[in-house]
Design a protein around this ligand. Sequence first.
Ligand code: PBG
Ligand code: ZN
Length: 341
Amino acid sequence: MKMKQISNNNYKVNGPYFPNVRLRRLRKTKALRDILQETRISSDDLIFPLFIEEGLKNSKNITSMPDIQRIPPSKIVNVVSELLDLGIKGVIVFGIPDKKDIVAHSAYSEKGVVQKSIQTIKKNFGDRIVVISDVCMCQYTTSGHCGIVKENTIDNDSTIEILSKIAQSHAQCGADIVAPSAMMDGQVIAIREQLNEAGLHDTSIMAYSAKMASPLYTPFRDLADSTPTFGDRKTYQMAVTNTRESLRELELDIKEGADMIMIKPALPYLDLICKAREMFKLPLCAYSVSGEYALIKAASEKGWINETDVMIEFLSSIKRAGSDIIITYFAKKMAKVLLEK
Ligand code: PBG
Ligand code: ZN
């Protein structure tokens, strides 16, 4: 290979210089850059979280989550049609019940807020939209914990029985995918067996497999009214520092029968998304959580960053790391950007 030492006023280098290679050639025009774009986001990749509050009459704003609302059951149809018009094909449903108790009864009641919401969506839109249901107890327990409290600890085995009932009730109402998020050991296999026994073989499980005990969930807890009344979630959610342990969680959920796996939050765990993509063949979902959204919103409100550009950068990084699907509060905004492109 021919190399030449150069040293002139325009372009000084000390090492070898390859005069034929100029990477900037490929960045010359927008059209060229568009053609060569390696990572693309499509509205097909995006899942929008829905928060439905029982008994609510008008949509309610939540200060820490600008532009995201709790919606009343009566508005579900409007909200979902808007999503479909934007090209979004999936929602994850969270319920805010009007009654909480120690066993989260309202989470698996036939007439629960999520159960009724799923029925409404499926009755109006059928298979045009994929309905994912969050399977957990924290919005429904007086403790705000994701499981049954026994002697100040969260009891694993009695919790997974309830999670199975919740999952079955969602599946019976037409949920396409149930997504257990309580981080209890054995929750995936317990739910799979319960679904099978009920003849619900075609309901998929998306496991919140590597769910960290992250401080980025704070705005979500305002939105979903699910702040724990004592302690924290560190005895069931993962330590933010642990990669190998996360991989064990993912591996175990796959063995237990998960159809898809999830990593949550997204942005601080791109390393893990990248590793999981290489190691496992299942569809991989990343949940870009409330705090990730709130950081961008807050800085852009102050005029310190450009919201749209940072949103695109963050979502692209999650895709680039290897996620197939992204749950994001920016789903609508991103879909609009894609439509306008
Ligand atoms: C709990 C649950 C959490 C989120 C979704 N389901 C977190 C938690 O309270 O521990 C967080 C999502 C977000 O922050 O956007 N089952
Ligand atoms: Zn929970």
